[in-house]
Design a protein around this ligand. Structure first.
Ligand SMILES: CC(C)(COP(=O)(O)OP(=O)(O)OC[C@H]1O[C@@H](n2cnc3c(N)ncnc32)[C@H](O)[C@@H]1OP(=O)(O)O)[C@@H](O)C(=O)NCCC(=O)NCCS
Length: 142
């Protein structure tokens, strides 16, 4: 609880806005709260779009870690996913994915979720594919 409170301090989202959607009644669980699996799916999709761009082609989700639900999402909230590349490997791209909402589409942004997603670039046979030079971080000339 303490950790969630500390992590949920008001600040700006990290990274680029990768997706925006409206929380609808169909996205709730039987108790009427927004279903955590729906939020994870939004984060996976947002991360995948950014990783695909970074990797210059098809990627698969390899791992999700440090998933946190910091505050509830309500029906009618605008749900925004932000992504920031934090690591580029030989075949993988790791991103921080944050979810922020505008309550009923208005007012201040509130951070509700974050996690780390690792995507692996794959070839047509589903095997890991080395990232092209233009996908790798720039290296200063020596
Ligand atoms: C992801 C997958 C392609 C990796 O294949 P693999 O043969 O195990 O790959 P390798 O061991 O050669 O590792 C390839 C890269 O994946 C990374 N990786 C693999 N498992 C990982 C994990 N659990 N966490 C983080 N990174 C991981 C490796 O670090 C490596 O990165 P690098 O090349 O940048 O150093 C394979 O496990 C797979 O197809 N998984 C199913 C994916 C899927 O169906 N996702 C859900 C739907 S999109």
């Amino acid at each position: 609880m303490m950790q969630a409170t500390l992590r949920n301090h008001p600040s700006d989202p990290k990274g680029e806005l990768a997706s925006r959607t409206l929380a609808m009644p169909a996205d709730t669980n039987p108790l009427g709260d927004i279903f955590g699996g729906w939020i994870m799916s939004l984060m996976d999709s947002a991360g995948k779009m950014s990783a695909t761009k970074q990797a210059g082609g098809r990627v698969v989700t390899a791992a999700v870690s440090n998933m946190a639900f910091l505050a509830p999402i309500k029906v009618g909230d605008t749900v925004c996913c932000y992504t920031e590349v934090t690591r580029i490997g030989r075949t993988s791209v790791t991103l921080a994915v944050e979810v922020w909402v505008l309550r009923q589409g208005q007012g201040e942004r509130v951070k509700v979720s974050d996690a780390e997603f690792t995507f692996v670039a794959i070839d047509d046979d589903g095997r890991p594919r080395a990232l092209a030079a233009e996908s790798l971080p720039a290296v200063a000339p020596g």
